[in-house]
Design a protein around this ligand. Sequence first.
Ligand SMILES: Nc1ncnc2c1ncn2[C@@H]1O[C@H](COP(=O)(O)OP(=O)(O)OP(=O)(O)O)[C@@H](O)[C@H]1O
Length: 127
Amino acid sequence: MGYRDKLFPKRWRDGFVFAGKGIRLAFREERHMRFHVFFGLAAVFLGWLCGIVLWQWTVLLLAIAGMLVLEMVNSALERLVNLISPEWNKIAGDVKDIAAGAVLIYAVFAVAIGLMIFAPFLWEWLS
Ligand SMILES: Nc1ncnc2c1ncn2[C@@H]1O[C@H](COP(=O)(O)OP(=O)(O)OP(=O)(O)O)[C@@H](O)[C@H]1O
């Protein structure tokens, strides 16, 4: 076993490679994922512009990461449902709807968090 394999075993490296593949796939093939990445980056830029403090960065990054993760889980579930049940099936539809509902709930809270962090800065700029 080489020095590199001892430090970072091949199965760990493979894990990162597969995860990276999944992230690229979601970004390339899922429109909503690109939408969330765009708004996440816009929020980070706005945070930098406004000079938000550490706790605000923490909350903002948690909200963005949560949104991206949830969207990816939703996309994975959609694909799994399409694989298992390509025909119409009530339970298959329920699974997709519940997962989509979870994304919507998170998105509403993420927007609320964004407003709570940035509204005071926007208010100051406007007044
Ligand atoms: N196999 C199925 N059986 C029953 N209902 C389904 C099935 N597939 C989809 N549906 C219903 O149609 C809706 C839309 O499904 P679809 O696969 O187009 O997902 P989507 O949310 O539009 O995906 P995308 O994120 O790619 O736009 C689901 O939320 C569900 O209500």
